[in-house]
Design a protein around this ligand. Structure first.
Ligand code: GAR
Length: 198
C-alpha cells in the first residue's frame, strides 16, 4: 500500500476528491494533509475525513525558503509518504526540495500545459480567444509547472464565459482527473491519461 501526503493552501476541494478516492482496492492511502496556513479551509475537511493534518506557516520564515522547506521535509519524514500530491499548494518549491521528491511528486495545474504556466490561467485563456481549456496533472520538476504530463482534461470555452465560470467548469474536471491519475501513478502507470468533459 502506497502512502500519500497532500499539500494544500486553500479550500482543498481537490484534496477531498483525492482522499475520497483512496478506499477499497485503491493501491494508496492518505497519511498527511499539510497546509502552509492554519486558515486553509481544507484542514478541517481532512480532519473530518480522519486524515492527520499539519500546518507549516510560511510567514514566520520571512522569505527563507530553505528553512521553510526544511520544516516541510520534517513533517514529511514523520508521515513517511511514498507520493506527494500538490493540490492547490500556492508556494513555489525550490530545486533543492523538488530534487528530494522528484519522481514521487505530482501537481495539478488549471491549464492545458505547456500553455499558461503560473497564475490567472482562466483569464489568459479567455484573452487569447482559446476555444478549449482544461487542467493538467504533471510530475513536479524544478521548472515551474513543467515536468512530464501524466494527464489532461479538456473543457470547451463558451462564448459568454468569465474567468469564474470557466474556472468552475475546469474544476469539475480537476476532480475527475487528479484521482484517476493518482490511482494510475500509484500502480506504476506513467502513461498520459486524456479526459474530455462529459
Ligand atoms: C485548483 O484549481 C488548482 O488547479 C489550482 O488551485 C486550485 C485549488 O483549488 N492550482 C494552482 O493554481 C497551482 N498553481 P482547491 O483548493 O479547491 O483544490
Amino acid at each position: 500500500m502506497k502512502r500519500v501526503a497532500i499539500f494544500i493552501s486553500g479550500g482543498g476541494s481537490n484534496m477531498v476528491k483525492l482522499v475520497e478516492s483512496m478506499t477499497g482496492d485503491h493501491p494508496a492511502r492518505p497519511v498527511l494533509v499539510l497546509a502552509n496556513s492554519a486558515d486553509a479551509g481544507g484542514l478541517a475537511k481532512a480532519a473530518e475525513m480522519g486524515v492527520p493534518t499539519a500546518v507549516v506557516d510560511h510567514r514566520p520564515f520571512k522569505g527563507d525558503r530553505a528553512a521553510f522547506e526544511d520544516a516541510l521535509q520534517a513533517e514529511l519524514e514523520k508521515a513517511a509518504p511514498d507520493i506527494l500530491c500538490l493540490a492547490g499548494f500556492m508556494r513555489v518549491l525550490t530545486a533543492g526540495f523538488v530534487s528530494k521528491w522528484q519522481g514521487r511528486m505530482l501537481n495539478i495545474h488549471p491549464s492545458l500545459l505547456p500553455k499558461y504556466r503560473g497564475l490567472h490561467t482562466h483569464a489568459r485563456a479567455l484573452e487569447a480567444g482559446d476555444t478549449e481549456h482544461g487542467c493538467t496533472v504533471h510530475e513536479v520538476t524544478p521548472e515551474l509547472d513543467d515536468g512530464p504530463i501524466l494527464g489532461q482534461a479538456v473543457v470547451p470555452v463558451l462564448r459568454d464565459d468569465t474567468p469564474d465560470t470557466l474556472a468552475a467548469r475546469v474544476l469539475v474536471q480537476e476532480h475527475r482527473l487528479y484521482p484517476a491519475v493518482l490511482r494510475r501513478f500509484a500502480e506504476g502507470d506513467r502513461e498520459m491519461l486524456r479526459l474530455s468533459a462529459r
